[in-house]
Design a protein around this ligand. Structure first.
Ligand code: ADP
Ligand code: S3P
Length: 179
């Protein structure tokens, strides 16, 4: 996977609010790798926010856009990739992501998600209704899929910097990006 001794890339998966974007940026900063947030790519190519895509086109159309964006992002090696919270639930996406680089699941409890996203209005799947129930139900339903990642990191406690440090250690990467 990494014949020239260069940073092999890493993929972060997990529920909304688990820290994929924040930890991904920190990992990229410390390894010198390029950071890509798949949700940002979807918004750029659609020309509007994810909330608007869900509202105007529906979730199945969003998932199509997500699959297409993933393929584009995976065309360049060695990136730190933050996926959207639903991406790794799809078997096809799972195969593609796992063949790209080590996949790390940032595991968090429902309480952590609710606390971190208490002011957030950008996640359509948590909009309106009973947010606590929505988080518990969706996270419960998705946990089995997330655990098919190559590594599981508990991400409830510790700063973004500490969690990034644990991933660097876990993957045996040097901070200059070399393994
Ligand atoms: P995701 O990309 O998984 O949806 P984000 O990186 O956007 O998650 O983080 C969601 C919110 O939680 C942000 O406000 C972020 O600053 C905060 N956050 C993420 N990780 C941590 C952490 N380890 N400790 C405290 N706050 C965090
Ligand atoms: C989703 C998570 C979001 C975004 C979309 C759907 C999900 O990404 O892709 O709102 O299905 O869990 P984050 O995990 O970055 O919030």
């Amino acid at each position: 996977m990494n014949p020239r001794g260069r940073f092999p890339g890493v993929v972060l998966v997990g529920f909304m609010g688990s820290g994929k974007s924040s930890v991904g940026k920190e990992l990229a900063r410390r390894t010198g790798a390029e950071f890509v947030d798949v949700d940002d790519r979807i918004e750029e190519s659609a020309g509007r926010a994810i909330r608007a895509i869900f509202a105007e086109e529906g979730e199945p159309a969003f998932r199509e856009r997500e699959r297409a964006a993933l393929k584009e992002v995976l065309a360049v090696r060695g990136r730190v990739i933050a996926t959207g919270g639903g991406a790794f639930q799809d078997e096809g996406n799972r195969k593609l992501l796992k063949s790209y680089a080590p996949v790390v699941y940032l595991e968090v409890k429902p309480e952590t998600v609710l606390r971190r996203l208490s002011e957030d209005t950008s996640r359509p799947l948590l909009a309106g209704g009973d947010r606590e129930n929505a988080v518990r139900e969706l996270l419960g339903r998705r946990t089995r899929g997330y655990r098919l990642a190559d590594h599981v990191i508990s991400a409830d406690r510790g700063t973004v910097q500490e969690i990034a440090g644990r991933i660097i250690e876990l993957l045996g990467i040097r901070e200059d990006g070399c393994p």
